[in-house]
Design a protein around this ligand. Structure first.
Ligand code: KDO
Length: 343
């Protein structure tokens, strides 16, 4: 094309044996050259996290670390606020080859592997250190292997999402589960999440995370449960009056990627991904744990009531309901005792 944008006709080339020989020589030369650098591996990461929450920020740490360890080998794209895939649909997107990476929950996994529902159960994991220890133990190896074999998803790590607390609009006093009777509590949309709401004594309402702020604001629901750092990041404190420190679920998100993508990497690339994920999780956990300790004062400053209920009454009811539930029939023999025994 000329600089004026007009196509200039190329004088016709007459195809002769000499031309053919020249092409063969050229092709041979090209084959002798070192292989051109492979295209970077695309890693689109999907999550419902909001920008200022620690599990969103840790993805930037992941991207930077990966670039340091394996420059130009990965092309990371971070998609927050469930903009790429709806919350809870990420595992299937990875299984269908439509997504490379996501932060997924035990509740998402339990939809396909019922044995995983043990990790959706309230008052089982004691604290963030216990969570790390459990998933670094043989239990973690076994549970991650199930996900790899049965779902074709490779888990790199668990990141501490925080300890879930109740966050309510009405100005009521909550001491025991009985005080939640008739309270419509937004829970994420899956059976495992809904059951947790019922076990707490409330009326669970399924709803995606992205709709929660408006639902609280308009009174469509009476409350929601999330860890304190998420209540701050998603600004739920602007539209609620109290936080009840039930501490009912020590929650985590799993840093996961499609096994097909994982299996296509070199050993060096795999090591780089593992190291970058470890760095990201360490950053998330450290900041989130510190935040949880500091945030009560922040919410009180915003005018919310923050108090402890009779936690034992919640623990007793929730544990009993899980053990008697349909979910527990799918738990491997002795798993609760093994989890409890991890120091
Ligand atoms: C939520 O929807 O309440 C939840 O906390 C559930 C988690 O599993 C996770 O999906 C999280 O939302 C999102 O990452 C947003 O913080």
């Amino acid at each position: 094309m000329s600089k004026h944008g007009v196509h200039v006709a190329t004088p016709g080339i007459r195809w002769t044996r000499r031309c053919a020989l020249g092409v063969t020589l050229l092709l041979g030369l090209a084959a002798a050259q070192p292989a051109a650098a492979a295209d970077p591996v695309k890693l689109r990461i999907a999550t419902a996290a909001v920008e200022s929450d620690w599990h969103a920020r840790m993805l930037e740490v992941f991207e930077q670390k990966l670039d340091e360890l394996a420059p130009d080998q990965f092309d990371v794209e971070i998609h927050l606020n469930a903009t790429l895939f709806k919350q809870g649909t990420e595992p299937v997107a990875m299984q269908r080859g439509n997504l490379e990476m996501a932060l997924i929950s035990a509740q998402d996994i339990a939809k396909q592997i019922p044995a995983w529902s043990v990790f959706t159960s309230g008052y089982l994991i004691r604290d963030p250190q216990h969570q790390q220890a459990v998933f670094e133990s043989e239990i973690g190896d076994e549970y991650y292997a199930m996900v790899e074999e049965q779902m074709g998803i490779h888990i790199l790590d668990v990141a501490y999402l925080g300890t879930r607390q109740l966050n309510l609009v009405p100005d009521i006093e909550v001491k025991t589960p009985a005080d939640l009777e008739g309270i419509s509590l937004r829970m994420p949309g899956s059976d495992a999440w809904q059951f947790l709401g019922t076990a707490l004594g409330a009326n669970p309402t399924p709803m995606a995370f992205t709709e929660v702020y408006t639902a609280l604001q308009t009174g469509a629901v009476d409350g929601q449960d999330n860890p304190l750092p998420t209540d701050k990041a998603a600004k739920f404190y602007e539209v609620t009056s109290q936080i009840v420190l039930t501490g009912h679920l020590v929650d985590g998100v799993f840093v996961a990627l499609a096994a097909d993508v994982w299996n296509g990497l070199t050993d060096e690339q795999k090591r780089a991904l593992e190291e970058a994920s470890d760095a990201a999780v360490a950053y998330n956990n450290e900041n989130r744990i510190k935040d949880e300790a500091d945030l009560v004062a922040f919410f009180e400053g915003e005018g919310l009531k923050v108090y402890e209920p009779d936690v034992d009454s919640f623990r007793e009811r929730v544990q009993k309901m899980y053990l008697e539930s349909e979910f527990s029939k799918d738990w491997p023999e002795g798993i609760v005792e093994r989890v409890n025994a991890v120091e």
